[in-house]
Write a protein that binds this ligand. Structure first.
Ligand SMILES: C[S@@+](CC[C@H](N)C(=O)[O-])C[C@H]1O[C@@H](n2cnc3c(N)ncnc32)[C@H](O)[C@@H]1O
Length: 265
């Protein structure tokens, strides 16, 4: 598979805002999960598809000067290396770079594998790169249905549901995105022999103008050519974007499921 599997462009201006919104929305639950793993000074961590880099920096603070974090992405503009943080431009479809095979005490990939059709092969490679006792943490989105809590009109609610359906079923899925995968990670971890498998679901109701709603708006602008091609009209996209700014509009954002498991010591 080529790097074109990923339909967004983190290196673009919109892509930069996209990963900023994700960090504001998800770093709380992500660091709660990672904190439960008791990452120690001196440990080795891998961050796959680091986006804006906040979790790689968080890990770098935890492992300290005697530890090491390797962070990789297709686009590396948003993360400065540190003495204990190596930043690599790399396509995870090709496995890990020869210089960064591990083994790792913690490997984390948030919102990456759901985008990549070769996710199962990548998952196996990540399991193989764990040190004895090491943890693999995967966080990906589900396909949450019926998201609207309050809308100016029934027509707005129906428009929101329609565009969400198009996002997932007519734009994302045909290009390899998978919203069921996150429910399957637990089973893949068990089959791979990982133990202490745990999970956490997280979602939030977001109102127009809020961070998560601005992420919806951003994604809608990035995916506009694909949505128009799939049959949406420009008027529909304009109204959808108005709703993302309307504080009287509220909806559940997607739900993320984190699953984590440990290699036998
Ligand atoms: C939805 S963003 C998530 C970013 C970050 N993990 C977060 O949750 O804030 C997906 C990230 O994965 C990166 N990515 C996509 N395909 C990749 C690939 N084949 N190899 C490495 N990184 C990839 C993208 O460039 C982007 O930064």
């Amino acid at each position: 598979m080529s790097t074109k599997d990923y339909i967004f462009d983190t290196g673009s201006e919109l892509g930069e805002k996209h990963v900023e919104y994700l960090e504001k929305m998800l770093d709380g639950p992500t660091t709660m999960v990672l904190s439960s793993l008791d990452i120690q000074p001196g440990q080795r961590c891998l961050e796959v598809g680091f986006g804006g880099g906040s979790i790689a920096r968080w890990m770098s603070d935890r492992v300290g000067p005697t530890g090491k974090v390797v962070a990789l992405d297709l686009d590396i503009d948003h993360l400065e290396p540190r003495p204990n943080l190596e930043v690599l431009s790399h396509d995870i479809n090709e496995g890990l770079p020869a210089s960064a095979q591990g083994p790792y005490d913690v490997i984390h990939a948030r919102q990456v594998l759901m985008h990549l059709p070769q996710r199962e092969a990548i998952f196996k490679h990540l399991v193989d790169s764990l040190a004895p006792g090491g943890w693999l943490v995967i966080g990906d989105m589900t396909d949450r249905e019926r998201t609207v809590k309050a809308a100016p009109s029934q027509a707005d609610k129906e428009l929101w549901d329609k565009i969400q359906h198009m996002n997932h079923h007519l734009v994302g899925k045909p290009r390899g995105m998978n919203f069921e995968w996150t429910h399957e990670v637990d089973g893949h971890m068990a089959s791979a022999g990982l133990t202490n498998i745990q999970g956490l679901e997280y979602s939030q109701v977001t109102k127009g103008g809020g961070n998560a709603m601005m992420l919806h708006r951003n994604l809608n602008i990035q995916a506009a050519p694909l949505l128009l091609q799939a049959g949406a009209t420009q008027e529909e996209l304009d109204r959808y974007r108005e709703l993302t700014l309307d504080p009287g509009f509220r909806a559940w954002f997607f739900q993320i499921i984190y699953t984590w498991g440990q290699k036998a010591a």
